[in-house]
Design a protein. Structure first.
Length: 128
């Protein structure tokens, strides 16, 4: 089995199940799904979908930093939305949080997400 490290930070929501915030194997970090939980309260962020998407990117950024990287190091991003009409907003905010070249990604419509969230994202990051 390859050497792996658990990534944990109190700057992102704690795991709400039997999983790690991220696992680092070599130069690759596998980030678990983040929903728009405020780390200090473990409740959904107040506000509209814009606020939810921003909170998810902020949570991912915190886990990336704890692993020694940054959002710019993400090479694959998966986005789960309970309402695909927010796809354009995701694109707008993604271009505000990430620089080109953008990561590969998938955007998937789902019926439901944990805690009633409207968005969840997970990612794979490679640290230079």
């Amino acid at each position: 089995m390859p050497n792996r490290s658990v990534i944990q930070t109190d700057q992102a929501p704690e795991a709400i199940g039997p999983y790690s915030q991220a696992i680092k194997v070599g130069d690759t970090v596998y980030l678990s799904g983040q929903i728009p939980l405020v780390p200090s309260t473990m409740t959904l962020v107040d506000g509209d979908m814009d606020a939810q998407i921003r909170q998810v990117f902020d949570n991912l950024a915190s886990v990336c930093e704890a692993a020694g990287g940054a959002l710019r190091n993400i090479v694959k991003l998966n986005i789960y939305l309970t309402d695909l009409s927010h796809f354009g907003l995701v694109n707008d905010l993604m271009s505000a949080y990430l620089d080109q070249p953008y990561p590969a990604r998938a955007a998937i419509g789902v019926a439901e997400l944990p805690k009633g969230a409207g968005v969840e994202m997970d990612a794979v990051m490679v640290i230079d």
